[in-house]
Design a protein around this ligand. Structure first.
Ligand code: C2E
Ligand code: MG
Ligand code: MG
Ligand code: MG
Length: 286
């Protein structure tokens, strides 16, 4: 209870709070120059048609190769980037880099069905989003229907009328939208129905504890049923075990993503592995 905490109580907590605050302050300081110094990287995690392939696309995930701290994951720096607004130029860099990479693979004759990028709330709500996306696709000569924008349920429902408007514009161009971390936000079913998305991604939290008799199985079945009703593809993220893979497939998830099937890796190792299916006749599953 802070109320009863005397001087000593306050002092007791101070050192650790200082350390945290200091780390954040240092990171904040470094964050501004990191973009300029090209310290950000994208890694790519495959999405598979259930149960085991083919790869139907990749999700780009941001990493920061900090000169002193090594490779940092988004949980460490994204909140700071969002608070400071840096996420907007950083997020635009992500879209640019993912499209550049996709276009490089295409020039090598590699078939990649789609590339997905995550958009933060601030980035999604920037007024220039649609223009920026159009310009980026054009710059790299990437067809709009290769790009998937992943926005979380929470972001999409932050200002639902605006989300419907922006996503309608984007989908009219051919860009696809995916509702990420589904089940963790508060969707209005009315808006969900109006959102022109093409897929729902079931949050990892429901996959993690999936067992045949638990509540999460019921929730996953309900999400799958909802997705089918709305004619959306349903993706399960965070698939780590064979049991989860088998059960999710049984429940009707068409696409799987997770460490069991493929971890996020560098573009170079995807190129090297020829991960990308050479068969032109394989169509993306619905
Ligand atoms: P997300 O979009 O839901 O991405 C899934 C996260 O789960 C990724 O973490 C991925 O590495 C991790 N993951 C995938 N499969 C498994 C698995 O089987 N087990 C476990 N334990 N984890 C798995 P990551 O890369 O740390 O990204 C975390 C979140 O940061 C992302 O969640 C996304 O919301 C955000 N993010 C990542 N890259 C970007 C970006 O370029 N821009 C924006 N705005 N947000 C990003
Ligand atoms: Mg995502
Ligand atoms: Mg997710
Ligand atoms: Mg997530």
């Amino acid at each position: 209870h802070t109320k009863h905490m005397g001087r000593n109580g306050y002092h007791f907590f101070q050192p650790s709070m200082n350390a945290l605050a200091q780390t954040q302050l240092h990171l904040l300081n470094d964050l501004w120059s990191a973009l300029e110094h090209q310290e950000f990287r994208l890694v790519y995690q495959p999405k598979f048609n259930a149960p085991s392939g083919p790869v139907i696309g990749f999700e780009a995930l941001l990493r920061w190769d900090h000169p002193q701290r090594g490779r940092l994951t988004p949980d460490v720096f994204l909140p700071l980037a969002e608070k400071t607004g840096l996420i907007v130029p950083l997020g635009n860099w992500v879209v640019d880099e993912a499209c550049r990479q996709l276009s490089e693979w295409r020039k090598q004759g590699r078939l990649v069905w789609s590339i997905a990028v995550n958009l933060s709330t601030l980035q999604f709500e920037q007024s220039a989003l649609v223009e920026t996306i159009i310009a980026t696709l054009k710059k790299h000569d990437v067809p709009a229907d290769k790009l998937i924008l992943e926005v979380t349920e929470t972001t999409a429902m932050n200002n639902p009328d605006e989300s419907v408007r922006v996503l309608t514009k984007l989908t009219e161009l051919g860009v696809k939208a995916s509702i990420d971390d589904f089940g963790t936000g508060y969707s209005s079913l009315l808006y969900l129905k109006r959102l022109p998305a093409s897929e729902l991604k079931i949050d990892r939290a429901f996959v993690r504890e999936l067992s045949r008799k638990g509540d999460d199985a019921t929730i996953v079945s309900a999400i799958v049923a909802l997705a089918k009703t709305l004619n959306l593809k349903v993706v399960a993220e965070g698939v780590e075990t064979e049991e989860q893979r088998a059960f999710l497939t049984e429940l009707g998830c068409n696409t799987l993503q997770g460490y069991l099937l493929g971890k996020p890796v560098s573009a170079e190792s995807i190129t090297a592995e020829a991960y990308i299916h050479p068969d032109e006749n394989i169509h993306e599953g619905k």
